[in-house]
Design a protein. Structure first.
Length: 395
């Protein structure tokens, strides 16, 4: 379900934006428009939806239009053309009073620079938006305390901004936005001013927080690693236009243009790819109910296996047997596999990062099984296929 719908949105800076929009629609480029008409393109005809509850990262280099676009979403900047719907409401049709009410109800904003009041305590900063709304002091204080706890600042309510680190101040900014209980968080380069280690910690905390609050988040960034880490989807912009929209995997594995290829070429794929991307289909398994040592050995010979996963009829993984033990069991006259199954084997889930798989596979004497949350066998990884998948992705 779409929370935000953006339809052919333009923002032109200059005396006659309507004429400039038409020139762009007729095929004039951003540079030609500036040189010939002295109009600058902030956003040049952007269309996409933001799904309810997702983190959508809009990214691009400086001048790509990402910050201009995010300010169009709540009309802090008036679009020159196009339509923006929030929960089906065209915000361009709202008068000032209606727009103010929508901003208070629907939007929270977190900026790159914290913009905290130095003379107010942390709690007083967090409750500022509620104060503007006219909420009772005791009620807004309680809400402020609650949201400060959500962002890890319990016990600091009566401190002042000057007593806090940059990361802690940014948490206050986030708490101030959350105090209003908005449906949508607009975060414009929110972590860019932080030191790298603190920035990484804040990214982790935002992911953890999103698991709890389930907001719709539009996050602006110029940092690809940040976008790949945070985004459910990424909108990549250049010269005011969208050049590609997709999941992090889509952007990395299937770049739409040479520009996107250049943008992502230095990314370490092991940080992005997961077991799901590098696993192979399991060619054969033994079934604990139907197979005995002889039939298991036959499957291993036919597939050139020295080991075989054993599953139940519903594909739930039980364990693994070796050809050596199956042969010994056959000689003993055993009719089933129960005595020779190794149940204590290492497995991973489909979401396991590829960066962790090398270490697991390094001395593993058997293929690495991939199982889902119900322990059903989804695939298998061996070191060779992992290396091949990474090489193919980086080619």
């Amino acid at each position: 379900m779409s929370k935000i719908q953006i339809k052919e949105v333009y923002k032109i800076f200059g005396p006659d934006p309507k004429k400039a929009v038409q020139l762009l629609k007729d095929g004039m480029t951003k540079d030609e428009l500036l040189n010939k008409t002295k109009h600058a393109v902030g956003v040049g005809g952007v269309t996409f939806d933001v799904k309810e509850g997702e983190i959508l990262v809009i990214m691009g280099l400086s001048g790509s239009g990402k910050s201009t676009l995010v300010r169009c979403l709540n009309r802090l900047i008036e679009p020159s053309a196009g339509q923006i719907n929030i929960d089906g409401v065209d915000i361009g049709s709202l008068n000032e009073a209606e727009l103010r009410k929508l901003r208070q109800k629907k939007f929270g904003m977190v900026f790159q620079h914290f913009a905290l009041f130095p003379h107010r305590t942390i709690a007083e900063n967090a409750e500022y938006g509620l104060e503007i709304k006219g909420m009772d002091p005791q009620e807004r204080r309680k809400i402020a305390i609650d949201v400060l706890a959500q962002v890890g600042l319990q016990g600091h309510e009566d401190s002042y901004p000057s007593q806090m680190s940059g990361g802690m101040q940014q948490r206050v900014g986030l708490a101030r936005a959350l105090a209003l209980d908005p449906d949508i968080l607009l975060m414009d380069e929110a972590f860019s001013a932080l030191d790298p280690l603190i920035r990484s910690d804040m990214q982790d905390e935002l992911i953890d927080l999103q698991d709890k609050v389930k907001k719709t988040i539009v996050f602006i960034s110029h940092d690809l690693d940040e976008a790949l880490k945070l985004g459910d989807r990424i909108v990549l912009m250049k010269d005011g236009k969208v050049v590609q929209i997709g999941t992090p995997e889509d952007i990395l594995m299937n770049p739409a243009t040479r520009y996107v290829e250049k943008f992502v070429e230095d990314v370490n794929l092991t940080k992005i790819l997961t077991a799901r991307h590098v696993m192979n289909k399991v060619k054969a398994t033994g079934h604990i109910r139907n197979d005995g040592p002889m039939s298991a050995l036959r499957k291993m010979r036919n597939n050139n296996f020295s080991k075989l996963f054993i599953t139940r009829q519903d594909n739930t993984l039980v364990g693994m047997i070796t050809a050596e033990k199956a042969s010994e069991a056959q000689k003993r006259g055993d009719k089933d596999l129960t005595k020779i199954i190794e149940e204590d084997i290492i497995t991973v889930t489909p979401d396991a990062p590829a960066s962790e798989l090398f270490e697991i596979l390094h001395n593993l004497p058997y293929p690495l099984g991939v199982i889902d949350e119900n322990k059903k066998l989804k695939g298998v990884i061996i070191r060779g296929t992992l290396l091949a998948a990474l090489a193919e992705g980086g080619s």
